[in-house]
Ligand binder design. Sequence first.
Ligand code: ADP
Ligand code: MG
Length: 345
Amino acid sequence: MTNDRTEISSLGEFGLIDHLTRNIELHHVSSVLGVGDDAAVIDHFGKQTVVSTDLLIEGVHFDLGYTPLKHLGYKSVVVNLSDIYAMNATPTQITMSIGISNRFGLEALDEFYEGVYAACSAYQVDLVGGDTTSSSKGFVISVTAIGEVTPGLFVKRSTARKGDLLCVSGDLGGAYVGLLFLEREKRIFMESPGVQPDLENETYVIGRLLKPEARRDIVDFFAEQNILPTAMMDISDGLSSEILHICKDSNLGCVLYEDKIPVSEDMKKAAFKFEIDPTACALSGGEDYELLFTVSQEEYEKLVLNENISVVGYMTDAEEGANIITRGGSRHPITAQGWNALKGS
Ligand code: ADP
Ligand code: MG
């Protein structure tokens, strides 16, 4: 945050909204009417509409102690777009609602919106509305993302089939380890404010947490290759819990191979510094925003063309349960460990 501070009260609510939305650029003809009226009007011309919303609360979902506002604005948008891509759809519009306390000056909000507009531009989505209120204490953010999909081509969690390949995009566990570093530096800073943070070697994992990207490239690849996944979701809570969602909703079991789970070298090195198992980070760490999907075995030849996709297992009958085969060859049921389960392991 800069030192200049303009009180938000000096603009008033409408002045603030005008200020925040003055340079909006619209990318889509589907954005028939944007900011400035009681509601936006969207016409997807024969497509189906996909809608998803998220609420983010300071102290619960983000910590302004180590999250730059611009990154927070970017991430608030991107995590919503990730939900739209996870339906095999293309995001086209967002609305952004904020609750702000008097701790925030206009400059702080401008930084936040810089990130919001950077994401809108990177993913070609239109900001078409929102709401602005005061909050007695923390910063509150709610984003709604709207997208379009060719009728019938949206992909649910409940439609995987026995024998399908289980796949993930990118690599996993990085955001969780990034969070461990930032939490550790915050503790050190609280105890001895003079100490400079030592995070230079951890740019990859910290970037995974603070500046995630949504996997538009994977959804584009499906379209180019004429692949329709049988089930899909994004990985916001950790691989194991998301796999269990697909198994439960599709009434299937699965086999997951530990040695196929994609992890980056940077994440592995960082995990070892905390003496935690990289596989545990991938299985239980959250916020990587990669895609988890199932595809018919016939698509295997096409899938291997994409180096950002890993086949990590396959779907079985429900009776077999959801299991992981470890590097050592033993078989264990997959459990939905939360983040806390990692601590001290
Ligand atoms: P209403 O009284 O109907 O809630 P507002 O005065 O809150 O309308 O909003 C006026 C216009 O500005 C609407 O188009 C609304 O969607 C938009 N808007 C309000 N707050 C924001 C915001 N934080 N970001 C983007 N657009 C906003
Ligand atoms: Mg309003």
